[in-house]
Design a protein around this ligand. Sequence first.
Ligand code: MSP
Length: 646
Amino acid sequence: MSLYITTPIYYVNAQPHLGHAYTTIVADTFSRFRKLCKEDVRFQTGTDEHGDKVAEAAQAAGIAPKEYADRISAMFREAWPPLSIKPDTFIRTTDEDHIRTVQEILQKVYDQGDIYLGSYSGLYCRGCERFLTDKELVEGKCPDHQTTPTPISESNYFFRMSKYQDWLIDHIKRNPSFITPERYRNEVLSFLSEPLEDLCISRPKSRLTWGISLPFDDDFVTYVWFDALINYLTGIGYPDSDEFRRYWDAAAHIIAKDILKPHAIYWPTMLKSIGLPPYKHLHVHGYWNINEAKMSKSIGNVVRPETLRQDYGVDTVRYFLMREMSFGLDASFSDESIIARQNSDLANDLGNLFSRSLTMINKFTDGLIPAPAGLSREDKELAEAAVNMVNEYTDQMNSFAFNRALQAVWAVISLANKYIVTTEPWVLAKDKTKADRLNTVLYNLAETLRLITLVLSPVMPETGLKMALALGNTEAEFNNQNLIDHCAWGLTASGMKIKLGDSLFPRLEKKSKTGSKDSKGKKKEKGSPEDKKNADNAANLVSFDDFKKLDLRVAEIKAAEKIKKSERLLKLTVTAPEERTLVAGIAEYYQPEELVGRQVIMVANLKPVKLMGVTSHGMVLAARDEQGRLTLTSPGEEISPGSKVS
Ligand code: MSP
C-alpha cells in the first residue's frame, strides 16, 4: 500500500511557530509509522508564497516579494530537520514546475467552460485572502482576524464551483472517512446545505501583481488559494509521472480547522473539474492555544519550535504535542504542562523502567540478555499485554488518535514497572537456586522494552534509536525493524549484550522556562544588583591550599534505600574501601535499585551530619544544570573503591 501525506504549505509572511510545528510533526510521525508498517510513503510540506499577505509583508520589510519569500521559506525548510522531521519533498509555489502546473490546470478548466469572466462586489478580508459572506462576519468584522473587511468591486474570473455542489455532498455522504474527525465532516455538510457560490479565482494586476498570471488573460494573477492547493499535485509530478500514478490515489491531507473550507470545498471541486478523483482523506485538527489564550503576535505569546527544542529536547517536544492534543480538538500549551509530561511520563515511567531493567541485566547477568525459562502467570500477563499494545497502538495511530495510541503504550510501561516490584529481581539475584526465575524476569523486561522501542520510534526517533542501541541492536537493525515482522513476543535473542548509557530523560524543575528568568519569572537585566553579586562571587576564589583540604574519593554503592518520610533523601551504603553510610538528596532523580553497583565520587572528610535520623559520613557529588537536571559524578572507568580523586 502507498501513502501520500501532506501538510498545508505555510505562508511566508510569518516565521515557523508551534502550530506549524504541530501539523508537520503529526505528518512526520504518521509517515514514520506507516513506513514502519512497510508501506510506500511520500511526505510533502512546503511554503505558500504568493498573494496579498506576502506582498504586504515584503513591502513592510522593504524588499522584493521573491527575496522576502526566499528568506522565510528557508526558515521553514531549516526548522524541520532539528525536530527530526524528514519530508520527502519541500515544495514552493514560486518553483518553476509549480507555476507551469497551475497554468496548465487553469487552461484546462477554462477550455472546458468551468471558468468565466464576471464582476464581483464583496467584502474582502486580507487575513483570510478571500471574500467573506455577511453571515461569516461578527459585528461587521472577520472573526478570525478581528479586522473590518474592505468593500471591493471589480471584474474577475470565476470558477463554476456551484456546478459540483451536489456531487460533493454525495461524495462526502458516501465516504465517511473522507473528512475526519466527524465534527468537521458535519460542519462541511452543514455549510453545503446552503447554495454554493462560484469561486472568484483571479485578482486584477492593477491591485496585486505578486502571483501567477492567468494563461488566458495577462491582466490578472491567480487567486492564491487556487494556486496553493495545486501544490499537492505539482509535488508528485502531475499529470504523467510515475510518482503521480503511484501516490495520488493514496493522498491524505493534514490541516487545522482554519483552512477547512478551501480544502473540503474548493479543492475537491477543482479536482472534479479537471477529471481527477478527490484526495482520499482530509484529517483536520484543532488549535494550540498558549496558556489557554490564542497564540498571536500582538499578544506576544508566539511559541517558537526552536526555543522549545533547546529548552526540552526534540523528543520531549514531539511526545508532548502528540500526547497532549486530542486530534480534532483544541489544546493548550504551557511550560508547566510539558515539564509535567517530561517528569512523570518520560523520566519517571519510561526512563525508570528502562534504566532499572538495564542496570539489573548489567549487574545480575553480566550485561547479557539471559534465556527465559518457563512462564508464570504474571509473565504471561506481561507478554500478552505487550503484544496487545502493538495492535491497539496500530489501530489508534491509523485513526489519528495519537494520544490514545500513546496511552496504550504507557499502560504497558506501567505494568512492566509493577512487574519489577512484584518479581523483585534483586531478591532473586541473592539466591542461586532462583537463577532460572531471574533469567526469565530479566528476559521479559528486555523483550517488553524491545516492543516499546518499536512503537515509540515514530514519535520519538532519537529515543527509539538510543533504546535500541542500549538493548544491543545496531543502528541498521533499528532502521530495519517493522511492525509486521517484529511484533510477536519472544524475538529478542538471548545472549545479546546490552550497553548501559545515560538516563533517557532528566527530571526538570517545575519553573517557568522561557529565557533566563528569576524565581518570579521576570527576565534578568544585565548590570542588575544580582549580576554585581555574581561578579563578586567570581572574585571569591579558593586557594589551592583550601582545595587540598578536601578528601575526594571513589566510593562504590553497595545498597540504597529510601529514607522514610523523606521525598528527597536516599540512604547509601558505600565502600571506599571501608564501609560507610552517606545520605544523598537524589531520591527524585534515581531509584534505589539502579544505584547499586555504581561508582561515585564523594567528599570523604566532611563532618558527620544527621539527616532525618540517619547520620551521613560524607557527601556524594552530582552535577545540576540550569534546567534542574541532575546527574551523579563518577570516575570515567571503573577503579578500586577508595581511590583518591585529585
Ligand atoms: N498557506 C495556507 C495553506 C495553504 S495549503 C494549500 C495557510 N498557511 S498558514 O501559514 O496560515 O498555515 C495554516 C496552518 O498552520 C494550519 O492549518 C495549521 O496546520 C497550522 N497552524 C497555524 N496555527 C496553528 C495553531 N495555533 N494550532 C495548530 N495549528 C496551527 O493557511
